[in-house]
Ligand binder design. Structure first.
Ligand code: ATP
Ligand code: MG
Ligand code: MG
Length: 586
């Protein structure tokens, strides 16, 4: 067995459990109610984690990492993981994204219902509490309304080498600040006219502690609270409160939030001192982001791909969104495997996309039934068929549905005087080491008979229109003496008389470069112009009536899946998921 990958987050949890850090916490009532900590019963969950997406886009493969970590750690340590919509930013958030996120977390195999309770939360349900907490900070002299312009504020913040300068509004009394803040809430001031800031330390070496903004004025409709608020909390203020109200023990986030941790601790400490929150407070722990080569994961850039119609939508099979991976044919188990195998560390990691593909192959190998398909077809005519068997004869052939699952039975198809073969299985003049069809050479039509190539026919442009061959008698697979004629090539085929026509969507990587948005580069310049080739091919008859979103391995070609949106039993559409071996495309 492979050893468990290094995951320092486990160690953090184990140490907290051993030390009893979170024992005896109270949980209950309804989060968002200030008193719920004290009012509830002792939390039966040993730890609580959360996955907190902002519903401003679709989940991508990087989010899968966070989902698997948070839900996986909660499961492993007898805890509970919350699904929380971090919906404190009114402008970019939409119900469509909420629904898509719910669907994809479920698809990945995780559940936020535990013991009959749903642990799905909306940060916007805590707006009242957040507002009250802000007034409390003001009353305690820990926050003030600043009317400097954004430019002044930026200039007075200083930088790494220079301490900041106090705002002229910093010395206002709590009473003045309270009045002003209520005016902000009541819509008496224009958007952007002023903000509420924490009063911490304008000389702190950590810029995030130089009086960070807590609330801004923004007249925007919110998907949950409608037009009730015209002030909204900043993410850095909202997030720690959300964690605390939900009784989260471990708030795992990506490394870029490391510098925010002192503020996270400051804020929760102040609110606990004020009696608004119970101790112990949640603990923020940062881990390295997972990046995948050949994809981009910025939601803003993914949205640009959709809006500019570079792809067909968020679920385009070339997208690194979970919806896209699903439609491409990725399985939840493969994505979880990739996430679990990469552990958790204190550095951002780059994972080769090939690793994800290999996780998928490992998963599909044992479960995708086999079939023959011809992707780039040319007809092959068996010129002695009538003479040997009679023109109407069809020779029944069969093959196992899956070589490792005899119980799945046999696929049935038949051989006739004309079959579809791959165009590149024939060469008029064979290159060195070519063992397939060329004049004078013998190959086996897989599961069928040995044939000998006699030549080909071409059109006026010199393009091959038909390949010609003769059947070698008494060579039918599975009959006595069939192996007497030795051949080096074994080619796949589909009978013209029983073939099922299909659309094939041959996907390749969306970007040509391993890091498409490295540096300042415009990711559009790294697009692969051949990321999709749509073509028509032929399937063996065992795939007639195939349901949507079901995998199959086309022998010699790779894994395909019937498209979950466009496939019809009578008008098949198959997406290429991945080849049989490492390497992109086909
Ligand atoms: P963007 O910045 O593109 O909007 P985001 O990371 O802010 O994306 P959120 O919806 O806020 O998106 O993310 C939800 C959670 O997923 C966060 O806790 C975030 O840290 C985590 N996450 C996002 N991307 C990755 C990644 N590549 N690796 C690990 N965790 C990630
Ligand atoms: Mg975010
Ligand atoms: Mg972000």
């Amino acid at each position: 067995p492979t050893p468990a990958p290094a995951n320092f987050l486990r160690t953090v949890i184990e140490q907290d459990l051993a030390a009893g850090t979170y024992d005896g916490r109270h949980f209950g009532g309804s989060p968002g109610d200030a008193a719920h900590h004290a009012a509830g019963a002792v939390d039966p969950a040993r730890i609580r984690t959360r996955f907190p997406p902002e519903p401003n886009g679709y989940l991508h493969v990087g989010h899968a990492k966070s989902i698997c970590l948070n839900f996986g750690l909660a499961r492993d340590f007898g805890g509970i993981c919350h699904l929380r919509f971090d919906d404190t930013n009114p402008e970019k958030e939409e119900q469509e994204y909420v629904d898509a996120i719910v669907e994809m977390v479920r698809w990945l195999g995780f559940d936020w219902e535990t013991g009959g309770t749903s642990h799905l939360y909306y940060a916007s349900n805590y707006f009242d509490f957040m507002y009250r907490a802000a007034e409390t900070l003001i009353e305690r002299g820990l926050a003030y309304v600043d009317e400097q312009t954004p430019e002044q504020m930026r200039a007075n913040r200083g930088d790494f080498s220079t301490p900041g300068t106090d705002s002229p509004f910093r010395s206002r009394t709590p009473a003045e600040n309270l009045t002003r803040f209520r005016e902000m809430r009541d819509g008496l001031h224009a958007d952007g006219a002023m903000v509420l800031r924490a009063k911490i330390d304008m000389a702190s070496p950590n810029i995030n502690l130089r009086d960070p903004a807590l609330y801004r004025i923004k007249r925007a409709h919110h998907h949950n609270t409608g037009d009730r608020w015209c002030i909204y909390p900043m993410y850095t203020y909202a997030h720690p409160i959300e964690d605390a109200l939900e009784g989260i023990t471990h708030s795992f986030c990506t490394l870029e939030f490391e510098d925010q941790r002192p503020f996270y601790d400051w804020l929760l400490g102040q609110l606990a001192d004020a009696g608004l929150l119970a101790r112990p407070c949640p603990k923020q722990v940062e881990f390295g982001r997972l990046n995948l080569t050949y994809v981009i994961t910025s939601k803003r850039k993914l949205k640009a791909l959709v809006d500019e119609k570079i792809v067909t939508g968020w679920d385009d099979p070339r997208m690194p969104t979970l919806a896209g991976l699903r439609r491409r044919g990725y399985t939840p188990a493969a994505v979880r495997r990739m996430a679990d195998d990469t552990g958790a560390s204190k550095t951002n990691i780059w994972l080769d996309y090939a690793v994800l593909e290999q996780c998928l192959r490992d998963d599909l190998e044992g479960q995708a039934p086999r079939a023959m398909a011809v992707i780039d077809p040319v007809p092959l005519v068996l010129t002695n068929w009538s003479e040997l068997f009679g023109a109407e004869h069809r020779e029944p052939c069969h093959a196992p549905a899956h070589p490792q699952h005899p119980a799945w039975g046999l696929r049935q198809f038949s051989l006739g005087p004309e079959v579809w073969i791959e165009r590149d299985d024939f060469a008029e003049v064979p290159p060195k080491g070519f063992f397939r069809l060329f004049p004078g050479n013998k190959v086996r039509l897989k599961y069928g008979m040995v044939i000998e190539c006699t030549g080909c026919e071409k059109d006026a442009e010199g393009r091959i229109t038909r390949v010609l061959a003769t059947v070698v008698p008494d060579t039918k697979s599975g009959t006595p003496g069939a192996d007497a004629v030795k051949v080096k090539g074994n080619i796949t085929w589909v009978g013209v008389h029983d073939a099922v026509a299909t659309e094939l969507r041959l996907y390749d990587r969306l970007f040509r470069e391993a890091q498409p948005d490295a540096g300042d580069r415009d990711f559009r310049e790294a697009l692969n112009p051949d990321s999709l080739r749509v073509t028509r091919g032929w399937l063996e008859p065992s795939l007639a009536g195939w349901p949507a979103e079901r995998h199959v391995q086309f022998e010699r070609h790779g894994y395909f899946v019937s498209d979950r949106k466009d496939h019809r039993a009578d008008a098949p559409v198959f997406n290429r998921v991945t080849g049989l071996k490492d390497g992109w495309g086909g």
